[in-house]
Design a protein around this ligand. Sequence first.
Ligand code: ARG
Length: 442
Amino acid sequence: MQAINASIGVDRALWRQDIAGSRAHAAMLAHVGIISPADQAAIDAGLAGIGAEIADGSFAFSEALEDIHMNIEARLAERAGDAGRRLHTARSRNDQVATDFRLWVRDAIDAAQAQLADLMLALASRAAEHACTVMPGFTHLQTAQPVTFGHHLLAYVEMFARDRGRFGDCRQRLNECPLGSAALAGTSFPIDRDMTAAALGFDRPTANSLDAVSDRDFALEYLSAAAICAVHLSRFAEEVVIWCSAPYGFLRLSDAFTTGSSIMPQKRNPDAAELTRGKTGRVVGALVALLTVMKGLPMAYAKDMQEDKEPVFDATAALGLSLAATAGMVRDVQPDTARMRAAAGAGFSTATDLADWLVRALGLPFRAAHHVTGRLVARAEAKGVGLEQLSLAEMREEEPGITAELFGVLGVDASVASRTSFGGTAPDRVAAQAARWLAALA
Ligand code: ARG
């Protein structure tokens, strides 16, 4: 029973939040006259001392005492006697753990948001640096149209900005204090829940005691935001892995973010990117695990909910490492701009520019222009050359109206420079977006 029942091995991580919650609770109990000022002083000093013991590693955690709440409370009774035994008046471990866990998740959200801001700053700085660096843009991982490397990086800034927004939304809804809900029904003691809520930085107390002790949707929302963020990190990591490979050769990471092979001396493996991609499994798994724990639980508290912490702690560690590694790689990575440029022009990437020119200069309907372009691509492909290497005469065999001016739109620089629509890849647009983000993040 002890082996399955004890959670101290996991929930000891809540010790700071548990002590903060208990100190706020004791101050409130004294304020409304439920305990004496002398008892509160003894409780407060005792809890401060216990905090110091845990911080310096001298605290003896006991599995027989089940969880962090009972471990701290038992030690408080040793240190403060009956005053310590009065602390648990007008509360239960059910509202206590719900409060501790909200405080912990709130800190985790703040940490994730700070790390996201740092990552976005790194991406926006590199984007400003590479506003004019052309590379192939892909759909279906097939060369589609030239884009700039800066534009590509800023796409991730947008994703990570939404991730920050999701964490922020979650924090706002999370920030209500369960303390004082007691076991499930509230308490007959004349407690002041506004006081404890304010002391712990919550916006207000929760309005329904059953809900407060029995739901974990704040943790589910946090894990949902974390899972989406991890998927974004994983997509970026995947691109780093592909682009660092020899056949692509777009990027090079230094030794700081790669490892060598024990047998193949030429290897420079992008392990940090691969692990970021791999750790996504933990984060997504944590969300699914907690959803599954909560599904079908009748109100109010059930011990199943003790299984809420491990996935949240594990996902938080995985996300923190992934965010740090990604920001590090973004700052470290060196693009091979010559290779990117060469690849940008391959694969008939400016075929759309050709079709657009036929529409603009000759007034062809887009579908007709698309057809002519397809025939020109087929000719070039059959000859094994690029579009710009077809002669004007060959072009005119497909469309007599074509003039030499067409060759001006077939280069990759002209192509990206022409994409001036808002949100487009034109270097001026990219530079402006990078500057906007850099200013917003400063
Ligand atoms: N360790 C428990 C948890 O994490 C604390 C709450 C226990 N409450 C109870 N009624 N047994 O959920």
